[in-house]
Design a protein around this ligand. Sequence first.
Ligand code: FES
Ligand code: FE
Length: 443
Amino acid sequence: MAPHLTGRSVQHLVELEHGRISREIFVNEAIYQQEQEQIFARTWLLVGHESQIPQPGDYFVSCMGEESVILTRDRRDHIHVFLNTCRHRGMKVCRYDEGNTTVFTCPYHGWGYATDGQLVGVPYYKEAYHEALDRLQWGLIEVAQLANYKGTIWATWDAAAPPFLDYLGEMKLYLDTLLDCRDGREGGSEVIGGVQKWCMPCNWKFAAENFAGDAYHNISHRSVDLVGIGPSGRGRRDTDERSSARRLATSFPALGHGAVSFLQIEDVPYSPSYRDTPEVEAYFKHCYEERQRCLGAGARLLGLVGTVFPSMSYLARQPRSIAVWHPRGALQTEAWRWFLVDRDAPQEVKDVLRHYAMRYSGPGGLTEQDDMENWNYASAASKGVIARRYAYNYEMGLGLPYPDYGLPGVTTERIAEQNQRGFYQRWAELMEAPSWEALASKM
Ligand code: FES
Ligand code: FE
């Protein structure tokens, strides 16, 4: 399955042993189309969060790759993800972003679907169809598998894909640093506010590989630290727990995931970050103490960023958030960002975090603006016929040994690009593998 513009297989475009990756994979439309089949139609993708649909009949319209999907909770409290297209002539059955309904009624000819996907309404069923249409056969198309992991809803179109927890593998440890309560209890997060959505003129992989562990680009954010958008509205952009910790980058090349975290060498006292908002400070100090008590030495691992292959990225520190990089063409990405808080946190804490999140991330967030500017201009400067002849460099740390930190995955304290190499190793395998069965030996 070689992309026609290059005449070479994808494996030849991703030369990891030399730390080189062709620009074609970021700009070539044929490769982009191949990704839709080989990656987005088969892998587990994040669709939303259960706190967005708390009541029966609630729905949230999301995307899986280029496909519009409806995340909904039916009358019996079961969560579903359906393709947002009418079975009659394909009209989008739900054109709102979110809401509550008993029936999704197609605007074109009026077919109606219940929240469990069943076709329950067909205008002129007697007169036009003579009651011969088998409504059981024409319900909404549902994903092949769905998983609710600590409130996050994931789905895949491929019945042969491994179960979600196998797909996630030991990346679970790092994803949990995002999803668990700040006081160490499992799960317990909720989405705060709406979902921020915006478009960027770059390939989706720019964002995914950056969050998988680009520890090298800190120079991009220098201006943000000068402006001072920190937790209390001033000072450095982030919280202060990093000062006594090792910064570790971890790759799972057989799965494609990557994470960056902090590992404290020993127990350290709480480091105040919210000095201007005493109630928020008290909340996080309490969380810190509870977390130490619950997790013991496990509390020394603090999440920073990561990417669950292919397109879900997260920020596990405050402001805590999930991003999904929806592909919209080789040179276009639609970014969505959800902000998470502890469900039972006091309202003042949620309010302060909401403002912090808006300063930091999303289209108006100063840190995210820095990143987007790089991805946008790199894309524009990579698409010309001359530029495309020259590979990108992914050599950093190539061939160096990996110490054992007692953590799962290929981990290093060095600034290196093994997380990006791991991401593209899996990308290249998936781009050519005919099935999950063929890939199984590599997991
Ligand atoms: Fe939906 Fe015809 S397209 S009822
Ligand atoms: Fe950044």
